[in-house]
Structure formats: C-alpha cells, structure tokens
Design a protein around this ligand. Structure first.
Ligand SMILES: NC(=O)c1ccc[n+]([C@@H]2O[C@H](COP(=O)([O-])OP(=O)(O)OC[C@H]3O[C@@H](n4cnc5c(N)ncnc54)[C@H](O)[C@@H]3O)[C@@H](O)[C@H]2O)c1
Ligand SMILES: [Fe+2]
Length: 382
C-alpha cells in the first residue's frame, strides 16, 4: 500500500459475544426503554426452541411482541414492504432481527423503510442511493443464528426484485445494529448442510476480503485470523459440533463481515447469479466456486497466497496448495465439487456470465475479471 493517500476505515457496533448472551436481550430492551419490538425471523427459526425461549422471556418482562416471519429464502422487496406494514400496524418502537442472513437482511431493510418511503430501490447503493438515507431509523438489534454471512455486523441488506430477481444492495452506516447478541448456543443444532454452506460463505468472505484491492491492513489482519479460526473449526462444526467449534465459527463469520468492508471478489460475483437465477443457497454457491475463483487469482498474488497458506497451517505455501485445501475441505463437509451436481446446466452459462459481469463484487477482485473469464470459470466448475 502507499502512504501518500488518506483512507477511511470504519469499525462496527457493540458485540456481546459468548454462550448465553441472547438471554441479555430482555434486560437490554428495558434499559433502553424499548417495549414494542418487531421481531423479524423466518418460519423455520420461529419454530426452534431457543426462539420460543427468547419470546417467553420477553413476555415475562411485559414486553409486547410482534413477530414477522413471512420472508423468502432469497429475500425480495415485497417481504420488506409487508414487514414494514407489520411495524406500522402494531405501532412498534424497534426492530430485532433473529436468524440467518436472510432474516437479518429483511430486518435491516425494514429499519431503513420505516422512515424512508420512496421506492425501496431508490436507496440502492450501486446507483448512489445511500445519499437518500437521511432520516432517523428505529433502534436495531441483531441476533445471528447461522455462522456465515456476518450480516449481524453489516451495514447493508441484499434484497432482490420480486420479478427480475436482480439483487440490490441497500447500504447506509445508519443501518448498523446498535448491539449484536452473538450467542454460539443458538447455532448448536444447525444441520450439517447449513453449517457447511454458511461456513464456506464465511471462509469466502475472509479470503476474498484479504485479497481485495483496497489497501486496508486492519481488515487484512482480521481476515487472516478469520481464515485460521475456520481452518480450526469448520470440519468439526459440521461433523462433530461442540461449543468450541461453534464459537470459533460464529466469531470467524463476524470477522469475515468486518473484513469485507475492504471488498469481495470474483467468487461472490460467480455466486450471486446462481442465487438470483436458480435460487441456490448463497453459501453453497460460494463453496463450489471458491476453489476455481482462488485458482484464477493466484498468478501475480503468490505473496498473498503464501500468507493464506500460513493461516491454513499448510506445509506447502503455494496458491495451488490453497486450492487443493479448498477442494479437500469441500469433500470433508459434503459439498459437491461441480455446479452440475446442484442442477446447473450448460444452457445456463451465458445468462450466468451476463449477470456475473454486472455484479457489484468483482471490481474489488485483486485482478480484473472479464465476461469471458466468468464463462470460463463457470464451464470449469460445471
Ligand atoms: N448483508 C450481507 O452483508 C450479506 C452477506 C452475505 C449474504 N447475505 C444474504 O444472506 C442470505 C443467506 O444467509 P444464511 O446463509 O445465513 O442463510 P439463511 O438465512 O437462508 O438460513 C439458512 C437456513 O438455515 C435455517 N436456520 C437459521 N438458523 C438456524 C438454526 N439456528 N438452527 C437451524 N436452522 C437454522 C433457516 O431457517 C434457513 O432455512 C442470503 O439472502 C444472502 O443474500 C447478506
Ligand atoms: Fe457472502
């Protein structure tokens, strides 16, 4: 990096991290005079025991509860509009997101929409929409229940258009949660497939952030430690989970999201079209593409792959060894190596390449990626 330029670095919100922190929610609400939260989650999480315990505890404290859980797997604009209606109708004073990245993104978009009623996509960051986020937003609290997106510490929400399925990013520093209760106990019973897919999303965030173009030594340090923690824990969290591995994965996913304010790269641009076009889970899409995307990035960045290899404790400190590690890790956690294994067909490739080149993530990749490169990478992964 050069030291003749001024850079801006932002760091996130208060994080209460550790087994049992979700039990602090009720006291926190009372202390902050919040008595009418809208709780945003999804229909699966709403059925889980820990969710019911959280609700029961709030009720015991005479806190009025309204739950909104009617959201899509890849959230869309109408989810946000319906959630905002729930906020208005039940006269809420705050928003609590409890869930994976999908629920947390919808919660964050509702936080935006409450006092910003133009068309939601007017606030799309890619067309400079963040400048319209000028009004106050309700008090926002996040409680992650997957260890993957790190959306709990993020300032953006990824929401798709109902019809075109194109993903838009709503962004503003105002959309940071006031506090995160990161409780690994809530992730203890995550099924192996979700643990694997979300965990690979977290690994992709850390690796792509470390490699991303923007000079940001603070984030690079966080990303390398995130990679190391995932190396120590993902396989265990999938195949024989315990508090130790769940905790390491939860903090590493948070670190990935802190690190990726530095930028992401080619792998996320390969992954996003698979979710928008074919509804494939975001983490799974990253998991399959990461070995191919990393292989693409090696040449010219061997020095950076050496640091990644060190973080992974590899004896062979080459980019090729990192790629082999990624294929091996996918095998150990039952992630397929090929896109054809998850229903991608040769006739999808042209459309996927069109969407990938239009995606927001790859301009921060350490080297430029062309439409031809995307096509080649999809064909290689097919
Ligand atoms: N805002 C950001 O910075 C950011 C970054 C990356 C991805 N995303 C978005 O995040 C979403 C993906 O999030 P995700 O990977 O967490 O998946 P998810 O939110 O879709 O959750 C995956 C599945 O796990 C279930 N689940 C969640 N917690 C559980 C628990 N504790 N026990 C059992 N089941 C549980 C959910 O019901 C769901 O079926 C995508 O919409 C993606 O666009 C956002
Ligand atoms: Fe991601």
């Amino acid at each position: 990096m050069t030291f003749d330029t001024i850079y801006q670095y932002n760091f996130p919100t208060t994080i209460r991290f550790g087994a049992g922190t979700s039990k602090e929610l009720g006291e926190y609400l009372l202390k902050n005079n919040l008595s009418k939260p809208l709780i945003v989650t999804d229909t699966t999480v709403a059925q889980l025991d820990f969710f019911k315990e959280i609700i029961d505890d709030l009720k015991r404290k005479n806190i009025s509860i309204e739950v909104f859980n009617n959201i899509h797997k890849n959230p869309v604009k109408s989810d946000v509009y319906n959630g905002t209606e729930a906020f208005d109708t039940a006269k809420r004073d705050s928003v609590i997101g409890i869930g994976g990245g999908a629920a947390l993104d919808v919660a964050r978009a509702i936080v935006l929409r409450v006092n910003h009623r133009e068309d939601l996509f007017k606030y799309d960051d890619l067309i400079g929409g963040d400048v319209y986020v000028t009004n106050d937003v309700p008090h926002f609290i996040t409680i992650p229940t997957t260890a993957g997106t790190g959306s709990e510490v993020g300032r953006s929400a990824i929401i798709a258009d109902d019809d075109t399925h194109q993903k838009k990013i709503l962004f503003s520093p105002k959309l940071l949660a006031k506090i995160v209760f990161a409780d690994p106990l809530l992730t203890m019973d995550l099924p192996p497939f979700i643990t694997a897919a979300t965990g690979m999303d977290a690994l992709t965030h850390n690796m792509e952030a470390y490699l991303a173009k923007m000079p940001h030594p603070i984030c690079e340090g966080i990303a390398l430690e995130g990679i190391s923690l995932i190396n120590q824990s993902l396989e265990k969290a999938v195949n024989s989970p315990g508090l130790q591995s769940r905790s390491k994965m939860l903090i590493a996913s948070l670190m990935g999201a802190v690190a990726f304010q530095k930028g992401l790269g080619v792998v996320h641009s390969l992954a996003h079209p698979l979710s928008s076009l074919l509804d494939i889970h975001h983490g799974l899409a990253n998991a399959i593409n990461i070995p191919y995307g990393m292989e693409f990035n090696i040449k010219g960045f061997e020095h950076k792959f050496k640091r990644i290899a060190k973080a992974l404790d590899l004896k062979d400190e080459t980019g090729e060894a990192v790629v082999k590690y990624l294929f091996d890790l996918n095998s150990k956690i039952n992630i397929p190596h090929k896109l054809s294994d998850i229903g991608v067909l040769p006739e999808h490739i042209e459309t996927l390449a069109d969407l990938a080149i239009a995606d927001f993530a790859h301009p921060n990749n350490p080297k430029p990626v062309s439409r031809e490169d995307f096509k080649r990478l999809y064909l290689k992964a097919l």
